[in-house]
Design a protein. Structure first.
Length: 227
């Protein structure tokens, strides 16, 4: 009896998005022209679908739905090229071809922040505050004295995004709350009551989702803010 093919587990949307954003990142990195089917940084949807099907087995539906998400989040942008055609009767028919390309935010997401990444505090004389602001791997900025808690929060943030025990709404809520804590850590004097309230909810949800270990690496630093 012939053995049947082993069915591969279906990819989660976040996994598909990671594959697609990496594809756009690599395409931009290796590009020799602004746009084009083979060597362009930007490519039409037909090329994107074909290449992602060949390289990762992604379906048209997976590519289309997750491209919509990447576009709405600003990781990828649509750069349409408009043309027009004249009919035999003299009429003009407009047409447009969409070319999709990774944005600066998408490049930073995959490759990490650059020294050219726009500073959220641009225009503010940070040195006058006596602070040393650093950028974490997720692009958020915190006071250098909170580096350890900031990095631990970034690790927890990634664990939450990859969790298969949290739905997408819960992930969004938790990621936003973690970002809010990191925003507080950019202040000269973080609002401890805000941090405590946010952390209690994050810690509780992380424990239920089986992420207690990642949360436990953050907890001592949070506790240290209140001593």
């Amino acid at each position: 009896m012939a053995k049947g093919k082993i069915k591969q587990p279906e990819l989660r949307d976040d996994q598909v998005r990671q594959i697609m954003l990496q594809y756009f990142f690599d395409r931009n990195k290796n590009a020799t022209s602004r746009r084009g089917k083979a060597t362009g940084a930007a490519a039409p949807i037909s090329v994107i679908r074909a290449e992602l099907k060949d390289s990762h087995g992604l379906s048209i539906q997976q590519v289309q739905s997750n491209l919509t998400y990447l576009l709405s989040q600003g990781w990828v942008e649509d750069q349409p090229i408009s043309k027009s055609f004249t009919t035999s009767k003299g009429g003009v028919i407009p047409a447009a071809t969409s070319y999709f390309i990774i944005t600066a935010a998408g490049i930073d997401k995959i490759g990490g922040p650059s020294e050219f990444t726009r500073d959220r505090f641009e225009g503010i004389r940070i040195e006058a505050t006596g602070q040393n602001i650093i950028t974490l791997g997720n692009g958020n900025q915190v006071n250098a004295r909170y580096r350890e808690v900031g990095e631990a929060l970034s690790d927890l943030r990634e664990a939450i995004k990859l969790s298969d025990r949290l739905d997408e709404n819960a992930k969004v809520d938790l990621v936003v709350d973690i970002d809010s804590i990191q925003d507080q850590l950019a202040k000269p004097n973080p609002n401890k009551s805000v941090i405590q309230g946010l952390w209690e909810g994050i810690n509780r949800a992380a424990s239920v989702a089986g992420l207690a270990e990642a949360a436990s690496k953050v907890a001592p630093f949070i506790a240290g803010l209140f001593t």
